[in-house]
Design a protein around this ligand. Structure first.
Ligand SMILES: C[S@@+](CC[C@H](N)C(=O)[O-])C[C@H]1O[C@@H](n2cnc3c(N)ncnc32)[C@H](O)[C@@H]1O
Length: 195
């Protein structure tokens, strides 16, 4: 039942060209969530709620997900999808720009999933580090961005995004308090464990 509804949400998102988490990326994250049973997850980039809904089943009892989205139409659809699955008390949507919302948050999270504007990844990382509990994990999706990030081709029109994704990778790989794996699943996933 839940699986059918999830499949419908996924199918509609794909038909509407809304970018949602890819199956292999989801599988990697789901395995890590299953092992860690987080109490609180923060997601940056809700779209229509698909990934947040998928993550909900791996939460600890009393676990919660906060997710941030700025697109009004997507917020409406995410609310509907979340309600359809009875998860309205578990998943909370912060409506607005993550660049403004993140600095106002005070709660601590066990995991942060970064899946929004690529040009803002270094900013999102700093905020995630501020909001993360000890031994927390940060996932950053699309970190290899169609291969542009690891190639030397930098005349692409998305070069600001590419530069910022590279800066993100540099920070998480050079910071001695962070252990990072860059996985070639989906569009690239960085998994960073923070000591
Ligand atoms: C890749 S989609 C998220 C997909 C979702 N996590 C999933 O897998 O089901 C990225 C979303 O982030 C939103 N977004 C991008 N930049 C944002 C920002 N600065 N603040 C809030 N939302 C943002 C976009 O509107 C878009 O819906």
């Amino acid at each position: 039942m839940m699986q059918d509804k999830l499949e419908q949400i996924k199918k509609k998102a794909l038909e509407d060209h809304i970018p949602i988490i890819m199956d292999d990326t989801l599988e990697v994250i789901a395995n890590i969530l299953e092992e860690n049973k987080p109490h609180k997850i923060l997601e940056i980039g809700t779209a229509v709620g698909y990934s947040a809904i998928c993550f909900a089943k791996y939460l600890a009892e009393d676990g919660k997900i906060d997710t941030i989205e700025r697109d009004k139409e997507r917020i409406i659809e995410a609310h509907k999808n979340i309600k359809d699955l009875g998860l309205q008390d578990i998943i909370h949507i912060y409506e607005g720009d993550a660049v403004e919302i993140l600095p106002s948050l005070e709660e601590k999270y066990d995991m942060v999933f970064i899946d929004a504007a690529k040009g803002k990844y270094p900013f999102f990382l700093n905020q995630a580090l501020r909001l993360l509990n000890k031994n927390g994990i940060i996932f950053a999706d699309n970190i290899l961005y169609k291969g542009y990030v690891m190639s030397d081709y930098n005349k692409h029109k998305q070069r600001t995004a590419v530069r910022n994704l590279r800066e993100y990778i540099k920070e998480v790989t050079e910071n001695p308090n962070i252990e990072t794996e860059i996985l070639e699943v989906g569009d690239g996933l960085a998994v960073s464990r923070v000591k």
